[in-house]
Design a protein around this ligand. Structure first.
Ligand code: DSN
Length: 391
């Protein structure tokens, strides 16, 4: 690269990534093939519209790519093209969720989503997000004692409020979600069930977390977390008389976006193919094993783990409740020691999101780098030692 300044920063970031223990639950390390697709000439191409219906010329190959990526997405999650459609153009998770709500809920309508502090995402209707400004969020949360979903309570709220859509699937919920219960709740109140499987998509693809597809009407997902692809998003929708896919496609383009990032779509296609390999299945299995060991070890060392455990790729630790330290300080001290986590609210947090009570820890990235159960025990001990000694 001729640009020395940018080249230097790229090198520094590459070294940083190699030199730390990365426990950010939403990050991962992509393959060289994914990087190659991202850096391809496809970034030069404008292709506003959809395959065969574009607003620019020169689409012979991008149309092929579009079709390939879609068929790979459906195949990975074992979906029939006669039953499910998929939009592959949303630039990332937030625009994907925005497009779904924009396409399906009239302005001012009600969207039921989990509270941010309990593990929900900003785009599930939080007041600081556009999704909370244009639509009305009907919040739900976890049970105060168990810190897991109380489906009866969710049902009560849904029946009272009658939201147009219910969003299930979160950014900081370590447990298995009962999709069937959500289907029943959506049915009794006449809502569309939207599942945001961004965090768990890789686990679903690899068969170590229940699939939401038998129950959901719409499934959104980022592609860069456990799925281990580039930063992008997929929106799946059921094909039936409601015309969900047409409404969602129109919301993505021309509703909120212009041209798709075709280099990103190529990289998604590569990652989807990689995720079909037996190696990927072994990888996600190891992710879940590693997280369980890490959580158990932290518990043994006296840390309070939200919901007392995990079934997925992440755990939430109540730092303030365990040693009286804020999540920000914990995250800063760990970073000083080359362990990267993110501060995170915990359910019913009395502190602010800027300095909450907890930290969120995920093992997807370190498992990609080959870490196993024994390494998790070492990492738990290191975290314990660093935080307790404020090193
Ligand atoms: N930033 C993502 C996460 O960390 O979960 C969600 O947008």
């Amino acid at each position: 690269m001729k640009d020395k300044q940018v080249a230097k920063i790229l090198k520094q970031e590459s070294l940083r990534q190699k030199g730390v223990i990365n426990l950010i639950a939403s990050e991962n390390y992509v393959s060289k093939d994914v990087l190659e697709a991202l850096g391809s000439e496809l970034t030069n191409k404008y292709a506003e519209g959809y395959s065969k219906f574009r607003y620019y010329g020169g689409n012979e190959f991008v149309d092929k790519l579009d079709d390939l990526c879609k068929s790979r997405a459906l195949k990975l999650f074992k979906l029939k093209s006669s039953e499910w459609a998929v939009n592959i153009q949303a630039l990332s998770g937030s625009p994907a969720n925005l497009a779904v709500i924009f396409g399906l809920v009239p302005v001012g309508g009600k969207i039921m989503g989990m509270e941010l502090a309990h593990g929900g995402h900003l785009t599930h209707g939080h007041r600081v997000s556009i999704t909370g400004k244009i639509w009305k969020q009907i919040p739900y949360g976890v049970d105060k004692k168990t810190e897991v979903l109380d489906y009866n309570e969710v049902k009560k709220i849904a029946l009272k409020e009658k939201p147009q859509i219910i969003i299930a699937g979160y950014t900081a919920y370590p447990r298995i979600i009962d999709w069937k219960k959500f289907r029943e709740i959506a049915d009794v109140c006449g809502a569309t069930l939207v599942v945001d499987m961004s965090h768990i998509a890789g686990l679903v693809a690899g068969g170590v977390y229940p699939s939401p597809f038998p129950y959901a009407d719409v499934v959104t997902s980022t592609t860069h977390k456990t799925l281990r692809g580039p930063r992008s998003a997929l929106i799946f929708s059921k094909i039936d008389e409601r015309n969900l896919s047409k409404k969602i496609d129109q919301a993505v383009f021309p509703g909120i976006q212009g041209g798709p990032h075709m280099n990103q779509i190529a990289a998604v296609a590569v990652a989807l193919e990689e995720a079909k390999n037996p190696e990927f299945k072994r990888y996600v299995k190891q992710v879940v094993k590693n997280t369980k060991v890490l959580g158990d070890e932290m518990k043994k060392l006296g840390w309070r783990i939200i919901s007392n455990g995990t079934d997925s790729h992440l755990i939430l630790i109540d730092i303030f409740g365990t040693i009286g330290m804020g999540g920000k300080e914990a995250s800063d001290i760990l970073e000083y020691n080359n362990i990267i986590v993110n501060k995170n609210t915990i359910p019913f947090d009395m502190r602010s999101p800027i300095d909450p009570s907890g930290i969120r820890i995920g093992t997807a990235a370190e498992t990609t780098r080959g870490k196993k159960e024994k390494d998790m025990i070492v990492i738990a001990k290191k975290i314990n030692q660093i935080l307790r000694n404020k090193k």
